[in-house]
Design a protein around this ligand. Structure first.
Ligand code: FES
Length: 439
């Protein structure tokens, strides 16, 4: 235990006598409430926080050699004089200035730090994402929350990181992050921290080992209207031209309101059936939901990151499962052709979901399901009403799923829920008829 002294530099506390420190090579003292490990090495006295910043092992039990302190638990190495680590997963260790007067070692118990704590933990969050270090991400999220930053900093950092450092763009990581942001306000304190951690960790994990993404520029012409940009975006997506599609979409984000951006993306994401086994529409929806949290000024980068999931997406009509024994794909395309007429017929009518409608959607006959959906539109069902009914059907399928079934069957069921949920949420953002065909 250090004692107050008037003989050392101002503010320093006496810690130990130099002679015994020279003999032992190390000592532990307490100054200002901190446990400090002191080392005598190469004729100098050094003080560092005795808790290893990695997982708390006492550094006084470590090895000092050639100016390096090595922790004995996981072998993190620290430059002894300033505490910088060689091992990013461990973090730098805090150092305490020392002075020797008349054979006594003094320690500054409260040295000024160059970096404010919130800056330190923001930087560590970025380190954790870059190196995919779960422990660093967890510590950063907890400290930032303790500093009053809540989910704002982790969310913005992870969105910026995830949209930049993954060549394929928006993926499962950012989708999970968006889901966690949705949950954040609905869970209690510890669960909030868990939500933050899970979100940022999934983004880091999804980006690990991936090449970065290089942005395209928006088309310069700011007079292009929604219809022209929508048409160009769909055409470029159709031929899997991701660069051209991104330029169109960035031009749209620069000039069009959110509801038009939703319409454009939903149109392209439903030009083919059940793209990427539901993930495309789910990712697009989560990108919009995430913008609600981080602010629409990030729309250009966030939405641009969804382009590849459309241009590179698998198309269900190319699979035999959608063609045999019933050509469901053709049923869908025929219905799509008829949507303008059905929608016009429903204009001005108010639709109440008939009894048994959801049961009909869960039936075994694709033709009857097709007819039920057509009837609803013809009778005035809005896109939101129809999307809600489809989502209820998808959820009921989960409730009725027998766990004795194969995992592959479960995948089919839960992906349908992802798709239906995304369509319902997107239908709340635009009145465009494109949402009918998503149903
Ligand atoms: S506790 Fe020191 S390296 Fe892990």
């Amino acid at each position: 235990m250090a004692t107050e002294s008037t003989d050392g530099p101002e503010g320093y506390e006496a810690a130990t006598d130099l002679e015994s420190l020279q003999e032992e090579g190390r000592a532990v003292t307490t100054v200002g409430g901190h446990s400090v490990a002191l080392f005598h090495h190469e004729g100098e006295v050094y003080g560092v926080d005795n808790r290893c910043p990695h997982m708390g092992f006492p550094l006084s039990k470590g090895t000092v050699e050639d100016g390096l302190l090595t922790c004995h638990w996981h072998h993190a190495r620290f430059e002894l004089s300033c505490g910088d680590t060689f091992d990013i997963w461990a973090d730098d260790v805090r150092t305490f200035p020392t002075a020797v007067r008349d054979g006594t070692v003094y320690v500054d118990p409260d040295p000024e730090t160059d970096v404010a704590p919130e800056v330190h933990w923001r930087n560590r969050l970025v380190d954790g994402m870059a190196e995919n270090l779960s422990l660093v991400l967890a510590k950063s999220a907890i400290h930032l929350d303790g500093l009053g930053e809540g989910f704002a900093t982790p969310l913005e950092t992870a969105v910026d990181f995830g949209t930049k450092y993954r060549a394929d763009g928006w993926g499962r990581g950012l989708t999970t992050l968006g889901a966690m942001a949705n949950l954040y306000d609905q869970v209690d304190h510890d669960e909030k921290r868990r939500a933050m951690f899970v979100g940022v960790r999934e983004v880091a994990d999804n980006c690990a080992g991936e090449p970065p993404r290089f942005d395209q520029y928006a088309l310069d012409n700011e007079d292009l209207g929604k219809d022209r940009l929508k048409s160009w975006f769909r055409e470029t997506c159709e031929v899997r031209d991701s660069d051209g599609a991104e330029r169109c979409l960035r031009a749209a984000t620069a000039t069009l309101p959110p509801e038009d951006l939703v319409e454009i993306l939903v149109a392209a994401a439903t030009d083919h059936l059940y793209m990427n086994g539901s993930h495309t529409i789910d990712f697009v929806n989560k990108a919009f939901e995430t913008l609600d949290h981080v602010g629409w000024e990030r729309a250009p980068d966030v939405l641009a990151s969804t382009v590849d999931t459309i241009t590179d997406g698998s198309r269900a009509e190319e699979t035999s499962a959608w063609r045999q024994p019933v050509d469901v794909a053709e049923l869908c395309f025929d219905a799509d052709d008829d949507i303008p007429e059905l929608s016009a017929a429903g204009d001005g009518k108010a639709w109440d979901r008939p009894d048994g409608f959801v049961d009909r959607l869960l039936g075994d006959d694709p033709h009857d399901i097709d007819e039920a959906l057509r009837d609803a539109i013809r009778e005035g069902a809005t896109t939101e009403q129809l999307a809600h009914a489809v989502a209820v059907a998808a959820l009921r399928r989960v409730a009725q799923f027998a766990t004795s079934n194969e995992f592959g069957d479960w995948n089919t069921v839960h992906h349908t829920v992802s798709f239906a949920n995304a369509v319902e949420r997107l239908a709340g953002r635009t009145d465009a008829d494109d949402l009918y065909r998503a149903c």
